[in-house]
Design a binder for this molecule. Structure first.
Ligand code: IVH
Length: 682
């Protein structure tokens, strides 16, 4: 008997120690953010406790960490009347609102004799967490009730759900009062939110639009076992009823909460005057993207509770505090249409047309929807009110629909079967997310995009041929293929909008210059799928000329370094198309002659050293240097007997004189260009 009692005693001791250890680790993790054990070690302790309690069910207490989950599902939440109302905050967006707030507060306090003429008011500043407000009631140190804010007077009883949050202590530590109502925010970390959505998707369950929405949905579960699986967190920032509060300031209250084992965010500051508040706001804005959770602004509260009381309340908000909000990163607007755009390779991109909405600092009217699967996944439909998000400099995106506002009769988006521009079939290959117009260069949209690509800097590098002109040239039917570009005449160019004689002449000169592209540039300009700059270079080096690439078999293509089956297949298919071969033929006919690698990179200057001096008529110093280096030559800063050439422009100085003295050959820009071309005219 006595031995069994003492063994029971020791089991009780064991249980108590285990529970204390576990709650200590919770405290280290959630309150101090300084965990001292691994998750595995924590799980081991929990397993031990569960096992010991299973052997001694009579020793299980409601505060035990094993008792977080366990309450049965309910049919509906009960209601809870808040003893002290849960108020909200006045919002401010502009700096001047904050300056005015500080002035109002200072004036009132001066009138009340609580601030001298020159004194600045002390505030406590902290984040405005983007979650849900809750009130937790502890009696004699134990969590007995948890409620939502509701209308501020009456909320819902979510005790069973709140008990499942590991960051909420079931028992307070240290010197707690007999009654403490602590208020704060329940939220979800962004990475936890992403993981939750991933698993929701995998199980075909509801996808949440943002962490706040996920936190709200999780708290609203009637079955606490579901809430228990959701990674919710809690930060304390205020209080309701307290039997004997041992603090006189807002900041001291938070320190005290921390000592009681309640999680409080560390990024809070005591500041004086509006300028310091504004500086805090700016810093918080910078920190925002790096924080693990969403904040939608910062909150400033007069630090002294005595002063808070004097300032009092207006309507439902305190006069002693204000929420300084960031410009919204998310807004809702109407999705008026889903249109598809055709890219250079025929890729079809659905684009959401939106009723203009100001979000993240800009007015957004379009947002890409990426592809068909993405639209399905998000379930956005024409006619939906959608959430549009623009965070920082990230391009705007449609987050998802507001289902409650979906009108009747909306239909799922279906990818059109025919290209809206050329009418060719749209196909989507097995295993690919992208749908494509099969029209190739018959498709005006693809022609435009290919032409824009072909004249771009890394391709044929034709200056003065902007997107607008390309559009006009293609729409007028004047340009059907790249080759047509090289048959343009001055007179016809002058007929296009905003085309003066001077710019037409410049454009023609630029086109002329492009008649001698390297094989690499020409290959790249053709816009063959999977053939980027590097592959174009490898192909040019390997085959030496376009003809050989055109006639290469897939096996021969596979011999090129870094060319794999997908690339080889794409190149082979491209040149198997008669109209693509025709483009090459027409280019030749229009006088486009590719330069082989030797000529183009003109290894003409291997072993030569050049000195550049003065201002050249068209080339910048950088351009000239780059071209000499590309041709295998060296550029030196000083003239000597070893100098091969001095390239002299206007206002050439002592280097030119020195070259003349030493008899070093002197070139002008034209001479240099001729040298680079590998000809001997210079
Ligand atoms: S204090 C009487 N502090 O913002 C003041 N609220 O518009 C009561 N919130 O319902 C609120 N972070 O959900 C306070 N650090 C913070 C907050 C915060 C987020 C939310 C809270 C409240 C709403 C007020």
């Amino acid at each position: 008997m006595s031995s069994s009692r003492s063994s029971l005693q020791s089991v009780e001791d064991q249980l108590r120690k285990l529970r204390e250890t576990i709650s200590h680790h919770n405290y280290r993790y959630y309150v101090l953010d300084e965990p001292v054990v691994s998750d595995a070690e924590y799980d081991r302790l929990m397993a031990e406790l569960i096992q010991l309690e299973a052997q001694h069910p009579e020793l299980v207490v409601p505060d035990s960490p094993t008792q977080r989950v366990g309450a049965a599902p309910v049919a509906a939440f009960g209601s809870v009347r808040h003893q002290v109302p849960m108020r909200s905050l006045a919002n401010a967006f502009e700096e001047q609102d904050i300056v005015a707030f500080d002035k109002r507060v200072s004036d009132t306090l001066r009138t009340a004799g609580l601030l001298d003429e020159t004194g600045a008011v002390e505030y406590m500043a902290e984040y405005k967490f983007d979650g849900l407000a809750v009130s937790l009631r502890y009696e004699d140190g134990s969590l007995v009730l948890a409620a939502t804010r509701g209308d501020g007077q009456v909320g819902e009883d979510i005790t069973s759900n709140i008990r499942t949050l590991r960051s909420v202590p079931l028992r307070l530590r240290g010197d707690y009062p007999s009654v403490l109502e602590v208020r704060g925010e329940v939220l979800m970390h962004r990475d936890d939110f992403e993981k939750l959505n991933e698993s929701q998707r995998a199980r075909g369950e509801k996808i949440f639009v943002n962490p706040r929405n996920a936190a709200a949905g999780s708290l609203r579960q009637l079955d606490p076992r579901i809430t228990a699986r959701r990674p919710l967190r809690f930060f304390a920032y205020g209080w309701g009823e307290i039997s004997g509060a041992p603090f006189q300031t807002q900041s001291a209250a938070l320190d005290w909460f921390e000592a009681l084992g309640l999680p409080v965010n560390r990024d809070r500051r005591i500041l004086k005057g509006s300028q310091e508040l504004l500086e805090f706001y700016r810093q918080a804005g910078d920190q925002r993207p790096r924080l693990p959770f969403d904040i939608d602004g910062v909150v400033y509260k007069v630090n002294s509770l005595q002063r808070q009381e004097v300032l009092g309340y207006v309507a439902r908000a305190p006069r002693y505090a204000v929420a300084h909000k960031f410009p919204a990163q998310e807004e809702t607007t109407l999705l008026t249409d889903i249109e598809v755009q055709v890219g250079r390779t025929g890729a079809i991109t659905p684009v959401a047309r939106l009723k203009p909405v100001f979000v993240g600092g800009v007015t957004v009217t379009n947002a890409t929807l990426h592809n068909e699967d993405e639209i399905r996944r998000k379930d956005v439909r024409v006619g939906d009110t959608v959430i549009v998000r623009r965070a920082g400099d990230v391009i705007p995106e449609v987050v998802g629909p507001v289902l409650d506002l979906r009108p009747e009769g909306t239909t799922l988006f279906v990818m059109p079967q025919h290209c809206p521009v050329c009418g060719s079939a749209i196909e989507r290959l097995e295993g690919e997310a992208v749908s494509r117009c099969t029209g190739g260069l018959f498709c005006a949209a693809q022609r435009k995009q290919s032409l824009i690509h072909a004249v771009s800097r890394k391709a044929l590098d034709i200056e003065g041929l902007g997107d607008k002109l390309v559009e006009q040239l293609v729409d007028s039917g004047r340009i059907r293929s790249l080759a047509d570009l090289f048959t343009l005449k001055l007179e016809e160019l002058l007929l296009y909008e905003r085309m003066g004689r001077k710019s037409a002449q410049n454009l023609l000169a630029a086109i002329d210059k492009a008649r001698r592209p390297s094989t690499q540039r020409l290959l790249y300009a053709l816009g063959i799928r999977h053939v980027g700059e590097t592959t174009a270079r490898d192909l040019a080096r390997h085959f030496g000329g376009i003809d050989k690439v055109m006639d290469a078999s897939e096996e021969q293509l596979l011999n090129v370094p870094d060319v794999g089956p997908a690339v080889a297949d794409s190149i082979h298919k491209f040149f198997a198309e008669p109209h693509n071969r025709e483009v090459i033929r027409a280019l030749r006919e229009a006088g486009v002659q590719e330069q082989n690698e030797e000529q183009a990179t003109g290894r003409a200057l291997v072993g030569k050293t050049l000195v550049l001096t003065g201002t050249l008529p068209t080339l910048t110093r950088d351009d000239a240097t780059r071209r000499v280096l590309a041709a295998g030559g060296k550029v030196s800063g000083s003239v000597s007997r070893k100098t091969s050439y001095v390239v002299a422009g206007e206002e050439a100085g002592s280097k030119l004189t020195k070259a003349q003295e030493l008899g070093v050959p002197i070139l002008d820009e034209a001479g240099l260009l001729a040298l680079l071309e590998g000809s001997d005219e210079g």
